[in-house]
Design a protein around this ligand. Structure first.
Ligand code: BGC
Length: 574
């Protein structure tokens, strides 16, 4: 496979707000390409497919942890933050990845699980053996398991308590996640300094950003629930101050699985900023809820919630990632409904969520896949794709835990889906061979050869989005409709900076979740008399009535992106 996307000027284009316009792509190094035939993906393999990612329109990669690790939690259990797991490659290869990505104007964001380490980390080994030594106070040790009763257990499928007794030190240690992942003691200034050192280490290697894994959980208090305590926010502010001073232009992304009012606190304020970006956890499950309930109401409610964020703050919108589709941010009633629709087999469930990939969740329905992606690419924030979803890869619910959706990327119909030349039995996980998603059928090569494949469709929608910076930088204003299945909003931006000139831009986005065609009247108030043009094909739509209303018909589970004003045709709809 060859990709002919032109390589741009060496180095990165200067744009302090690059993250607000970027299309992100989450790729696990282990799962993408195996360059040396040992059965696991590696950095060299990833480098060899940068052309593919550039062709797709990806601006930034998010790499989940590739550090030294026993891999008992997909690499989120780190045993050395300054070393790369040898099966993934070397620091030299990482440097090469950064250089080659930057040559393509593509950024690299790494993942940093700073809240905890693996119990195999040397700090923990020293801490348990020598309480009086330099690492004695690096973890949260207690004589009993009585403290922090308000702190919830996250991995409810495997853990009964956040405390585990260590037979070596003969004390309990605290952990938010698995019992092999002790929490670091952020009260200890030496821990905070060690975290700063790690951030500097990777920034010096040229990374453009860091996803702060599990960020709400750094500090715990007896009164609070240990999620976003004031001390945690102070720590992030200090980190941001250091980044702005020593590494301007690099970003921090918050992984905070919380309600909007709590998540926004991780942006900080105009005067005292914290993270540049935060993932939008509340919106994600509501997209899936709307698809099955045929009701737009829940999505409208959450999108209408007033959340004041500092200028420059950016949301990270996503459909799926390497974790379960978490249902923590929905009520019990909605959660049960979603289990019924999306996790009818108990094997599909994991903790408080669903461990399936996007295409199987949507029953491989092309209409639903397009509708979900259209939301992903037009909601407020930057889209984060999960590797393989651009070709509608399947999952394997017979694998344990979240491995179900971490299987090898499917490149070709050849052995191991073109992922690796190893003996198939040696792969870190088997490739998907199910009836519908078999790698013989679902792979990059075959989708490249079909002009109407999902892959070409996703690429096209990415390029249409990128031709209109309004999607990244503009405001989102909800509109009234007279149909319960329809969501409508305007994205608007003063001075669009698009390829069509600098005039203010307005884009009407309409989505129907109904399982039948519908006719809907949308109220656009002050836009009465304006023309509407399809952003994909350029076709003219009904003009908005003088009273600001416009009536549109939408096919089953479909959407429009319509330019308000004149035609802004940016390319064909494949
Ligand atoms: C990551 C998970 C991981 C957990 C513990 C999360 O937020 O996304 O994959 O298991 O942190 O590190």
């Amino acid at each position: 496979m060859t990709f002919t996307a032109p390589i741009q000027m060496p180095g990165l284009a200067l744009d302090p707000q690059w993250y607000r316009r970027a299309v992100f792509y989450e790729v696990m190094v282990r799962s993408f390409v195996d360059s040396n035939g040992d059965g696991a993906g590696d950095l060299s393999g990833l480098i060899s497919r940068l052309d593919y990612l550039q062709w797709l329109g990806v601006d930034a990669l998010w790499l989940p942890p590739f550090y030294q690790s026993p891999l008992r939690d997909g690499g989120y259990d780190v045993s050395d933050f300054h070393a790369i797991l040898p099966e993934f490659g070397t620091l030299e290869e990482f440097r090469d990845l950064v250089t080659k990505a930057h040559e393509r104007n593509m950024r690299i964001v790494i993942d940093y699980p700073l809240n905890h380490t693996s119990d195999a980390h040397d700090w923990f080994q020293q801490s348990r053996e020598d309480p009086e030594g330099p690492y004695g106070d690096f973890y949260v040790w207690r004589d009993t398991d009585e403290e922090y009763k308000n702190i919830r257990i996250i991995f409810v499928d495997t853990e009964e308590s956040n405390w585990t007794f260590d037979p070596v030190r003969r004390q309990f240690f605290f952990h938010r996640f698995f019992s092999h992942q002790p929490d670091l003691n952020f009260e200890n200034p030496a821990v905070r300094e060690a975290v700063f050192d790690t951030v500097r280490f990777w920034m010096d290697l040229g990374v453009d950003g860091i996803r702060l894994d599990a960020i709400p959980y750094l500090f715990e208090t007896e009164e609070g629930n240990g999620e976003g305590e004031p001390e945690t926010h102070q720590f992030i502010r200090d980190l941001r101050t250091m980044i702005d001073r020593d590494y301007p232009g690099r970003i921090l992304i918050a992984e905070a699985n919380q309600w909007p009012q709590e998540v926004v606190q991780f942006f900080g304020t105009e005067e005292e900023p914290e993270c540049h970006m935060a993932f939008d956890f509340p919106v994600m499950p509501r997209i899936f809820y709307s698809l099955r309930s045929q009701q737009a109401g829940e999505l409208i409610r959450i999108l209408s919630e007033a959340t004041d964020v500092p200028s420059g703050a950016g949301w990270g919108v996503f459909l799926r990632n390497h974790d379960e589709l978490t249902l923590e941010m929905v009520s019990e009633e909605y959660r049960q409904a979603m289990y019924g629709w999306y996790a009818y087999d108990p094997r599909m469930r994991s903790n408080i969520g669903i461990r399936r990939r996007l295409a199987p969740l949507l029953d491989n329905s092309r209409a639903e896949l397009e509708l979900a992606h259209a939301l992903l690419f037009s909601l407020k924030g930057s889209p984060f794709l999960y590797y393989g979803d651009e070709i509608g890869m399947g999952d394997n619910i017979w694998l344990p835990d979240r491995d179900s959706s971490r299987t090898p990327m499917q490149w070709t119909p050849d052995r191991n889906a073109g992922f690796s030349t190893a003996d198939p039995g040696k792969l870190y996980l088997p490739v998907v061979q199910s009836l519908v998603y078999n790698y013989n059928l679902v792979n990059v090569e075959s989708q490249l050869a079909q002009s109407r494949s999902l892959l070409h469709w996703v690429r096209n929608v990415i390029h249409v989005r990128k031709a209109h910076p309004t999607f990244g930088l503009g405001e989102l204003r909800m509109l009234q409709t007279d149909h319960e299945s329809v969501l409508a909003f305007v994205r608007e931006y003063e001075g669009s900076g698009s390829q069509f000139g600098d005039a203010p831009e307005k884009i009407l986005c309409v989505f129907s979740f109904a399982h039948n065609p519908v006719s809907v009247t949308i109220q656009m108030d002050e836009l009465g008399g304006s023309s509407l043009y399809d952003l994909f094909g350029g076709g003219q739509f009904p003009t908005i009535n003088e009273d600001g209303s416009v009536t549109l018909t939408l096919g089953t589970q479909s959407f429009y992106w319509l330019h308000v004003g004149e035609s802004h045709f940016a390319g064909g709809r494949s």
